[in-house]
Design a binder for this molecule. Sequence first.
Ligand SMILES: Nc1ncnc2c1ncn2[C@@H]1O[C@H](COP(=O)(O)OP(=O)(O)OP(=O)(O)O)[C@@H](O)[C@H]1O
Ligand SMILES: [Mg+2]
Length: 308
Amino acid sequence: MIHIEHLLKCYDSLRAVDDISFDVKEGELFGFLGPNGAGKTTTLSMISGLLKPDKGCIHVGDIDVWQCPKKAKQLLGLIPQDLALYEELNARENLMFWGSLFHLPRATLKANIDLWLDRVGLSDRSREPVSKFSGGMKRRLNLAIGLVHNPKVVLLDEPTVGIDPQARNNILDIIREIAREGTTILFTTHHLEEAEALCDRLAIMDHGKILAVGSVEELALMVGDGNIVTLSGDFTALRIREVLETTPFAVLNTADHTATFSLNQQGNLLPSLLQTLNEAGIEVTDIAMQKPNLESVFLKLTGRELRD
Ligand SMILES: Nc1ncnc2c1ncn2[C@@H]1O[C@H](COP(=O)(O)OP(=O)(O)OP(=O)(O)O)[C@@H](O)[C@H]1O
Ligand SMILES: [Mg+2]
């Protein structure tokens, strides 16, 4: 449903989006996971027709977004990272303003506004100025604005950023619902759990590049199918790496005082590893073990952790 080929956007010498290609299938919930500055918003802005790519092409269905921007706009709904709300207007007026840009028949627009106010739980607050809304309510209204023309393809940029867990769950539930109804969704996040919980497939992005694409299970296989072990202790990144590299384990990351590696189904070799470390004069104070997950994939691909 979304087909991206060799998309490129530069700001002077910075390659904000660096020759990326990917597909989102019809009805799929596809996530873009990456840290600050990865290029997520820049990518979404180009898909939604707000920002002209330097190179590459973007198709939504059989429409070339930059050849036929008007047609593309009807198909697409963008929920931007930065709230696009008029604070002095109420929720209904905001929806009317933004919705009117889609040239729907007035009765359809009014019905859609009622529907979306209800779905985001703002029906009873719809006549209050937005300036009186909480952060979570503003996020929900922002969501409704992007959906008011019932788009087939929805682009959500960090839809849960800066809100409390309850408001976040509320928004995630709405995203799941519209996905179940068959909407194709591309959403960006830097929350690992959010990506894990929601996505059919996802792309891991960093420094403008897509490093890997797949389902959570497919991506987790990139770090092997053994458990992931994290050691803590009084050691330097260099020293622990030197020792770990003499073992059969696959090192994912080392830093001063912490090291992460995959057991890679090597059997129960942990006791002998601890002995090796001990003999090398490395003191381990804590060992944590977990199944491979997106966090370990991210660590392997980028060499650093993705913190929420
Ligand atoms: N208008 C601009 N002018 C110059 N540089 C820009 C501009 N917009 C974005 N950038 C740079 O492009 C890179 C990608 O930015 P982008 O906003 O796409 O990242 P992001 O993945 O959305 O990050 P975040 O998680 O913080 O929202 C960053 O290094 C950013 O500083
Ligand atoms: Mg962004």
